[in-house]
Design a protein around this ligand. Sequence first.
Ligand SMILES: [Cu+2]
Length: 713
Amino acid sequence: MSTRRQLIERGLVAGVGAAGLMRPGIAEALAAAGREPLDAGTIPQFVTTLPELEVIEAGRGPIELRMREFRTQVLPAEMPRTWVWGYLRPGQEGRSSYLGPVIVAERGTPTEVRWVNDLGRTRSTHLRAWVAATDQTVHWADPLHGEANTCAEAVEVGTPATGMCARHYHGPIPATAHLHGGEVPPVIDGGPDSWYTSDGRFTGHGYYSRHGSAHADHAVYRYPNVQEAAPIWFHDHTLGLTRLNVYAGLAGAYLITDPANPPPTNLPPPTPLAIQDRMFDTDGQLVFPAGVPFIPNPEHPYWVPEFIGDTILVDGKVWPFLEVEPKRYRFLILNGSNARGYEMFLQHRHSHRRGPAIWQIGTDGGYLDTPVKIDPNSGDRELRHLLMLPGERADVIVDFAGLAPGSRLVLRNVASVPWPGGDPPDPETTGRVMEFRVTRQTSRDTSYDPARGAPLRRPMVRLVDPRSGTVARGVRVQKTRQLTLNEVLGDPTSIGGVDYPGGPLEVLVNNTDLPGTDRPDFTPITLRGITTYYSELPREGETEAWEIVNLTADAHPMHLHLVQFQLMNRQRFDVDMYGEAYAAAFAGGAYRPGVGPPLDYRHGNPRALGGNPDIAPFLVGAARPPAPNEAGWKDTIISPPAEVTRIVVRWAPTDLPATTHPRDAFYPFDPGGKHGYVWHCHIIDHEDNEMMRPTHVTRNPAAVRTYVEGRDY
Ligand SMILES: [Cu+2]
């Protein structure tokens, strides 16, 4: 296996596009289980109204959300109903959409949510896709570890080449809820090891952030809501099972408003649009390709590198439509897909004319200063389509004014999968997201007009100057880290008559495959007998520049818990030349997958932490400042292949002045302590197979805390 190939060559599955490789196998794989794939091309489009998601106003007492299984209409009416998982209120037996609810919270008023796992056991679930896609060979939640976990034994006695533990998990279903984009204490972050089972017997026991408040079958998280107004969301985050739990339906929205810093009062009311892709069988049940013939390597008998579905859902309905008057509407768009990216624009269904424009008014972490026009007819490629990879949000306004009643517009998608180098979507199916139908106007539109460009907020604090793509004046960067993204590839192989093409074996952050990787340059922290080796240990109040060096063939949406940060710039580098220097830096002069960076994390590169050869001599061309619609607060940032993506992260609230001394910058709660956070790729399939690292924030000793949990967590 050549080093170069491991580093830079596209794996077969990832490259051809999971879609291209998977399609032929779906029918035979399902047939073996007595099921048939549903041809996405036969599903009627734009016949289902966009559902109104359930809204919960926080601040009216504690909220209880129960993770439950139910059947609902996901496909169009008259097609079979689908078994899903969702967050239901007490007494609710089901809901029209699995997605949700939408929690609306006010800054300054905490929200207490009691998250109850009521998912039962694999024996009782109807989600065949979930059961048939669990993979006990990835680093995963593993509830039965130490009890009935025969797989642990199989891993020890089996040989990797013949496939370790090639059987499905049977036992209680673990789950947990993470508030994505939330500024919260680590004990209520809902990290990958914070899971618990509905029988109350098992809780997380691993390396990543631990549960703080799991009591038997539930956890109580009291969110402080101290951050600026932002369209954040929540979803499952169970170690090694997130891709399946989210696929089953566990996701909702969480909007923080800030009455003290309101946006223009006449912004149109927001409609959430959560976009996801799925795959169905003819019974209307979810399909998740796993196992032979979809896996690239025998080492992980079920895990596939990227789930790519053939149908597009918005708010839990396949290809819905929404009636709109010829006036302005505001949409909070979330890419809640496992792996699929979207490049979107509006197009007239019949004339194929492109437009109207999409005006972006907010990013992951809140409002932009002024609206940014994303116009499909623009000469500027960067601002032609609304690009969103998994985990990202966009707050947008569309002005349907001037369109004749009866006009139909399709929200189109032209993003290839994997993005950016994979296959384009099918213009008849996955190239379509939803439809807008223009009706008669019933009232005058007095709402905020983005075309006038009035400020959306008092100017945001700038850690970077988005025009120059440099650190903003007066901002001092205390630490710089250069961190790599790596894909470890397996070789083509044949075992027992089964051919494995070879391809992604696991995907890594800084070439480090377990928080348990024991290195003298990492920092061990032991909790309840488990030692985690941290490498990213930021100090509260400090400002850091992270240079994410993507050595893989695809883009990765990298997500940091706790913080909102700003994109500084992106810059290409010579992949071949850097790849050689990188490989040569390892002991023995050849790339060693999974062992961490080649050099000492702290001292190996005099210009940056991270333990990687300096990228500077290998940079190509000029650094590109962020696109105007990316120049806001972000918690998930696209790291394109063969590029360095530079972000500036301050481990402190976003609205402190940029020049605040680190000593005077701190959260109202304690971000330090035992549990820590994570940062990871938000392609959930990657996150489930090692593309994640723990972070531990060292608390600012000068901090004055005003938010205390006040509970015995
Ligand atoms: Cu990734």
